[in-house]
Design a protein around this ligand. Structure first.
Ligand code: COS
Length: 378
């Protein structure tokens, strides 16, 4: 494994880092407090090509592969996990079309998403279909040269601001998992409605909502990957998404460590910086070691993702490890700050709240263990 980034990857990381430090960090606490979608920084991400990272240039993206996607999410999440979530889910939904779309679908839908003109979302979760993604109740019924879709989704990241939606539906309930199909629908499709917007513990700058479909007619040419292929479409898409979420977890943990290091060097008790105490040093060392391990597993999954067809195991190991690292490191970062860490005067309480979602979305830690055990015991 080559540990060095290429010149192009270094340039992408540095560009996103500079943008994150100069433009995202100053608004991170405010968008969290107000649950506000950061239109101004999303506009800048459009200009900088960040919303098209890892998408091939022939479809209007900025290229860079999965490593660029991972680096960008890590750098954004280091200062604001909401921005990391917005980007991860946007690119994730585009990936489903990049991987399974026909040439005509790719040409029609990807450029507007890769340029950031349309924000993308993946509509999969339902009240009864969370971890059991196969229990889809949203129905798509063929009607001549179109499908009529009825049903509803919950917890859809980017839902209220979406421009293009990839929607998982049941087309043949009697076939179970093999009766699920995926469809592409643009926001203006009649019958597509946004429901309640959630108030969340963390990643509050990324908006999450219900999305409903009421007699929504989509042309049959918007069927993604063929009838019955929907489960594979989302599972494969989620494998890459899990690398994105692992990258987000690494970024959150790194941001928390950065804040803790600055604080323990500056905070004096008993006449010396608290960093002079061995107990503090050991905590910092454990945090740094866990982050590096999580980052390497995430990097490995990202590298293999561009080389192999199936990376479910590597992505699950990376996400499981990185998300538990983010929880552990952010709890320690709050502890190292003492009382002030429990307030909004420092960003560590936000990092702690943001870290929790990485153990839940795009597959819980328990699902990651199912995937890992399934592979190890096969
Ligand atoms: N890539 C490609 N194909 C995949 C796949 C993947 N990652 N995972 C499963 N498949 C295929 C299988 O190969 C199988 O097809 P065949 O019968 O043709 O071989 C089919 O899909 C069913 O696979 P499997 O039986 O393993 O599916 P399960 O229902 O057992 O899946 C888990 C179980 C829990 C792993 C799955 O439902 C899952 O990941 N759930 C979590 C969903 C999630 O992440 N939700 C969060 C949404 S985003 S907030």
């Amino acid at each position: 494994m080559d540990f060095e980034l290429t010149e192009e990857q270094r340039l992408i990381r540095n560009m996103v880092r500079e943008f994150a430090e100069n433009e995202v960090k100053p608004i991170a606490a405010e968008i969290d407090k107000n649950h506000r979608w950061p239109e101004e920084t999303i506009a800048r991400m459009r200009e900088l090509g960040i919303l098209g990272l890892s998408i091939p240039e022939e479809y209007g993206g900025s290229g860079g592969g999965t490593i660029a996607y991972s680096l960008a999410i890590e750098e954004l999440s280091r200062v604001c996990a909401s921005h990391g979530a917005i980007l991860a889910v946007h690119i994730g939904a585009i990936n489903s079309i990049r991987l399974f779309g026909t040439e005509a679908q790719k040409k029609k839908f990807i450029p507007e998403m890769a340029s950031g003109k349309r924000i993308a979302c993946l509509c999969m979760t339902e009240p009864g279909a969370g971890t059991d993604a196969s229990a889809q109740r949203t129905r798509a019924v063929r009607d001549g040269d179109r499908y009529i879709i009825n049903g509803g989704k919950i917890f859809i990241t980017n839902g209220p601001v979406g421009g293009t939606y990839v929607v998982l539906c049941m087309t043949a309930p009697e076939k179970g998992v093999k009766g699920i199909s995926a469809f592409i629908a643009n926001r203006e499709t009649r019958g597509l409605k946004i429901g309640q917007i959630e108030e969340k513990l963390g990643i509050r700058g990324s908006v999450t909502s219900e999305v409903f479909f009421e007699d929504m007619a989509v042309p049959a040419e918007n069927l993604l990957g063929g009838e019955g292929q929907g489960f594979k479409v989302v599972m494969k898409t989620l494998d890459i998404g899990r690398i994105g979420m692992a990258s987000q977890a690494v970024g959150i943990a790194q941001g928390a460590l950065d804040a803790a290091v600055a604080y323990v060097k500056e905070r004096k008790q008993f006449g010396k910086p608290i960093a002079a105490n061995q107990g503090i040093q050991w905590m910092v060392a454990e945090m740094a070691a866990r982050i590096e391990a999580a980052r390497l597993l995430t990097r490995k999954a990202a590298i293999l993702c561009d080389q192999r067809d199936r990376i479910s195991l590597e992505a699950a190991i990376a996400k499981l490890t990185a998300s538990s690292t983010a929880m552990d490191v952010t709890v320690k970062a709050v502890q190292l700050h003492g009382g002030i860490g429990y307030t909004t005067h420092h960003p560590v309480e936000r990092f702690l709240r943001d870290a929790k979602i990485t153990e839940i979305y795009e597959g819980t830690s328990e699902v990651m263990k199912m995937v890992i055990a399934g592979s190890v015991l096969a």
